[in-house]
Ligand binder design. Structure first.
Ligand SMILES: Nc1nc2c(ncn2[C@@H]2O[C@H](COP(=O)(O)OP(=O)(O)OP(=O)(O)O)[C@@H](O)[C@H]2O)c(=O)[nH]1
Ligand SMILES: [Mg+2]
Length: 332
């Protein structure tokens, strides 16, 4: 094995990373982002070491102050001696092309801190699996031993909601000028929020927005004694105001989650759905990898030359279990 391949070998990287090697962690994140052969096998090893970190998802409209809040939260957590991993997901570069750069500047002061690891993921680097990459990277941080993992996403679409499924606590950040709370409901944010934050409390309308949100939340009556009542907090993140209370609310939510005697049905369903998702990704990767050889290659060629139509070829492929199982077994 050459030095170069050793540097990229997921097995060696995983061992080194689990032993506390930051460089190995950084390389492994890249491997996971590329979603090549060995991704699922690597994540399976990582998953066994997960479950200690408190994963907090921070989402909300562009420019709401998510990164500013994250930066302030990191500061407070570091004061408490906690270590932090941050995954900043930038799903749609055309809309928020500058945010990764902005985040870098905003979080610069944390880059030299050994107790903090910040990584940005973008659509460009993740080969279409942004939601999967985001979740997997947050698990890498957990396995690495970070006390807290923060996932920042712009809450504009399904990808972001998907990433949030891995979070223990979901914080939805809004700003007074977002105005219409109906937007919150439309974007599905009311359903996923464990904690609401009205940031930019120094601006007009913050208190009104808080009251509106509280009224909306009262319509959702919690079921049972130990049910979690979603709080609405106000912050002025740029001045570091209210972020300590935000951490306390997240910790209270996590305690509440852990106290509940009944197993979390929603989490069970998510895990089951995740199995199918992983299969889907692995199957497609293996099929694509096998497109140049054997029966798959011949079938694709037959479509190319007009001998078969695409439907017929797909049905032929799925209808020949032996070839198919040979093909997908040779994935790693
Ligand atoms: N007035 C005011 N401005 C704030 C506050 N918090 C953040 N900002 C400013 O709002 C702007 C956007 O903040 P970011 O933290 O980059 O927001 P973001 O939600 O991470 O933005 P994207 O990642 O691009 O979606 C910055 O110029 C911040 O300085 C606040 O409490 N009050
Ligand atoms: Mg940001």
């Amino acid at each position: 094995m050459t030095t170069m391949t050793r540097k990229r070998d997921p097995k060696l990287l995983t061992e080194a990373m689990l032993a506390g090697d930051r460089v190995a962690l950084a390389r492994l994140i890249t491997v996971i982002e590329n979603r090549g052969a060995g991704t699922a096998a690597t994540m399976s090893k990582i998953y066994k070491k997960c479950g200690k970190a408190h994963t907090i998802g921070i989402t909300g409209p562009p420019g709401a102050g998510k990164s500013t809040i994250t930066s302030s939260v990191i500061e407070h957590l570091r004061e408490r001696g906690k270590t932090v991993g941050v995954v900043a997901v930038d799903p749609s570069s055309p809309f928020s092309g500058g945010s990764v750069l902005g985040d870098r500047i905003r979080m610069q002061k944390h880059f030299l801190d050994e107790g903090v690891f910040i990584r940005s993921l973008s659509t460009r680097g993740s080969h279409g699996g942004l939601a999967r990459s985001g979740r997997d990277v947050s698990r890498l941080f957990d396995a690495f031993g970070k006390d807290y993992v923060i996932i920042e996403t712009v809450g504009v679409g399904q990808t972001e909601l998907d990433i949030m499924e891995v979070a223990d606590t979901v914080v939805v950040v809004l700003v007074p000028e977002a105005g219409d709370t109906v937007q919150v409901m439309k974007a599905g944010l009311l359903e996923i929020a464990d904690v609401f934050v009205v940031n930019k409390a120094d601006r007009d309308g913050a208190l009104r927005m808080k009251t509106e949100l509280e009224m909306m939340l009262h319509l959702k009556t919690p079921e049972g004694d130990d049910a979690w009542q979603v709080p609405v907090l106000m912050t002025q993140a740029s001045a570091g105001v209210g972020t300590l209370e935000l951490i306390d609310a997240c910790v209270a939510h996590q305690d509440n989650r852990k106290r509940r005697v009944t197993p979390d049905a929603r989490m069970q369903e998510r895990l089951k759905a995740e199995v199918l998702e992983i299969c889907e990704e692995e199957l497609m990767r293996r099929l694509r990898a096998g497109r140049t050889n054997g029966e798959v290659g011949a079938l694709l060629d037959a479509v190319g030359s007009g001998e078969k139509d695409p439907y017929e070829a797909a049905l032929d492929l799925l209808g020949s279990p032996e070839e198919l199982s040979k093909l997908i077994a040779g994935g790693d």
